[in-house]
Write a protein that binds this ligand. Sequence first.
Ligand SMILES: Cc1cc2nc3c(=O)[nH]c(=O)nc-3n(C[C@H](O)[C@H](O)[C@H](O)COP(=O)(O)OP(=O)(O)OC[C@H]3O[C@@H](n4cnc5c(N)ncnc54)[C@H](O)[C@@H]3O)c2cc1C
Length: 409
Amino acid sequence: MPSIKHEALRCLKCKNAQCAAHCPVSTPIPQVTELFLNGEIKQAGEMLFLNNPLSAVTSIICPHERNCNGHCVLGIKGTPIEFFRIEEYISRFYLETMEIPHIEKNGIKVAVAGAGPAGITMSILLLLRGYDVTLFEAQDNVGGVLRYGIPPFRLPRDLLDMYKGILLRLGGHFRPNTRLGSNIMIDDLFPDGYKAVFVSTGTGRPNKLGLLGETLGHVHFAVDYLKTPEAFALGHKVAVIGAGNVAIDAARTAIRRGHSHVTILHFMGEEDMTANRDEVEMAEIDGVEFVHYAQAVRILEDGVRCVRVNRIVDEEGKVSFEEDYSDTFVVPADSVIIAIGQGPGADIRSSGVKLTGRGLFEVNEWGETDTPGVFAAGDIVSGPKTVVDAVAFTKKVFTKMEEYLQNNA
Ligand SMILES: Cc1cc2nc3c(=O)[nH]c(=O)nc-3n(C[C@H](O)[C@H](O)[C@H](O)COP(=O)(O)OP(=O)(O)OC[C@H]3O[C@@H](n4cnc5c(N)ncnc54)[C@H](O)[C@@H]3O)c2cc1C
């Protein structure tokens, strides 16, 4: 693998940089690379952090092939720059050496619900502007899916500890194990002096298959499993139902925890899987077996009954899938993990804020809900997406929220 300096030297520093244009947070890639090559790593780190406080995370887990890396001009005829490796190095260095600036406090209280990527981003942006932030989190630590979903072999946990340290050093208050909407309601916050509330509680509730057998003792949901894999006794053979990144993370975690035979089954073909191509490839390398075109129809004590699915492409190229009920088979399993998507939790949905048909928070393009002073961003607004998308929209909401706070506090 070429060194990061070598990668930076290859960068053409394009005026109309397509890498930056295709980054959801418009990372100033040529400028950061220039600073890095001039030996100004702190300035490069600050530029990255102020543009995207989570650059240390997104540099590792973004789908780079869809964003910066996939649009580097050098990739047209050769090998695109791996800027994300340069960014990872600079961003971690910046977090490790970050000096907290003196910030004049403005005394305006803001509540943030949910300490995932959106909540961390909003809290940092508010704290840097002098607001008095209290971050309410249902779990015992910050990170959201970054800590309680994405496995540590993909994202080191010490990064998240550094973010917690920064939030506290910036003067933020953290209320762990506090689920907004269970006893403390959004309405309770305003009488205590909070001038605005930002909701970023994500989509942590797993979707059900709705099949017989789903409540049996050897059946689990992937997002529950990934929270604390050590709590689960899965046996030797594990079947994972799903075709996305969550299914892949569950399967790769199960393999690492010694469950010797892990199978991912789903109704589509390999080319239709929603998981990133490189994640699928890594799962194959790890030894995960894939059963494509298998529609689960019942969960048994010792496996998953499936029917074969045919892939049909019509004249316009539209793809559909049709079960062939004459062709059934069983994928043997001691345990079954279900990974077919997530939705918002029930608690925060009863907040009185207007919801969409999918139970997500309904907001305008600036993240404003129908309740004055209540804003939202991240997966609770978009449904399951990516970290960088959560950061990008949170940044936009921040500008509106600041305007609101300046006019109403
Ligand atoms: C297993 C898995 C792997 C993924 N892999 C990737 C990847 O590789 N790259 C990528 O870009 N994206 C990935 N994603 C998607 C990405 O993690 C999400 O898009 C992102 O975390 C959304 O951020 P968020 O802040 O909106 O929500 P979350 O990360 O879900 O954070 C929400 C937080 O709110 C807390 N909360 C919930 N309810 C309450 C309440 N009532 N009161 C207080 N707190 C509450 C939760 O405990 C959680 O900490 C993955 C998702 C999963 C599940």
